[in-house]
Every structure is written in C-alpha cells, then in structure tokens.
Design a protein around this ligand. Sequence first.
Ligand code: GRF
Length: 188
Amino acid sequence: MIRLAILGSGSGSNALNIIEKCKERLDVQVCLIICNVPGAGILQHAENNGITAITVNNSELKSEQFLLDLLRQYQIDWIILAGFLRKIGPKICQAYPNKVINIHPALLPKYGGKGMYGHFVHDAVFQNKESQSGITVHFVNEHYDEGNIIAQFTVSIAPTDLPKDIESKVRALEIAHFPTVIFETILK
Ligand code: GRF
C-alpha cells in the first residue's frame, strides 16, 4: 500500500477527487491531509472521509523538521500538493526526491513562479489573449514551479471566455486527469 499525504490551502476539490479515486483502489491510500489555512474546505473533506487532517501554522511550516517528522510519523511515501500555497523547502525535497508532485493550473513554464496561483494565473492568461491554457503536473524541487514536468493537458480558450471561464475549463482538466497521472507516476 502506497501512502499519500495531500497538502492544500483551499477548497480541496482536487484533494477530494484524489480521495474518491483512491477508494476504488487497494494499492494507494490518502493517509494524511496537511493544510496551512484554518477552516479551509480541504479540512472538511478530510473529516468527511475519516482522514487525519492537521492544520499547521506558518512557523511550523518554516521548520521543515516539523513537517518531516509528521510525514515520517504517518509513514508517508509520496507528497501531493493540491492547491498548496507555501513553498516546500530543500530538506523535504531531499527526503522525498522526485516524490513530491504538484499541479499547476497553466501550461508551465508559462504563468508559473512566485505569485502565480489561483485567479492570478487565469487573469494573466486572459490579459495575454492566449488561445489555450491547461494544467501541468510536475515534480517539485526547491524552486517554484520548476521541477520536471510529468504531464500536461491543454484546453482551448474562446475569444469570449472570461477568466472565470478559463478557470472552469482548467478545473475540469484537473478533475479529469490529476489522479490518473498521480497513480501512473507512483506505480511506475
Ligand atoms: C487548483 O486550481 C490547483 O491547480 C491550484 O490551486 C487550485 C486548488 O483548488 N494550484 P482546490 O483546493 O483543489 O479546489
């Protein structure tokens, strides 16, 4: 059994989707949810599904040892970042080499880096009148959004699409593909 931890800061739609898909399998299990935003939706999804959820504050997050101890305590094999808005430090990258996976709601290397998250990404894609956007699933290293790309999926943007429409299209891609890419990667 491969044990996953999901780290998130938001509504947790991706986390819930991964949790649901894991229920259909015997080889992968979500064992821990870590969140840095008290009251975030992801915590409710954890509770509803009987998964341990831990809210960490920023000073706990800064001490990578705190997070590492937690991951070891729950015997976590792989770390999934699903809307996690804090940087993962070098100690964790070293302890989990190529075992931390992130989803980014755009086609990296475009629209990545510090400050490029959530609606900022979709606003920028809209402002630049891009004809397509998409998702990037990638390994995490010490630099924001720069680890090796595992998979990308694209969607067309119509000239009439507003940022919220781009976001809906990108979210649909996340729901359709993120769990599959995770399973393919960790079971390789
Ligand atoms: C997703 O769009 C993800 O790609 C991005 O943050 C959002 C998280 O949404 N990095 P949710 O918390 O999974 O609903």
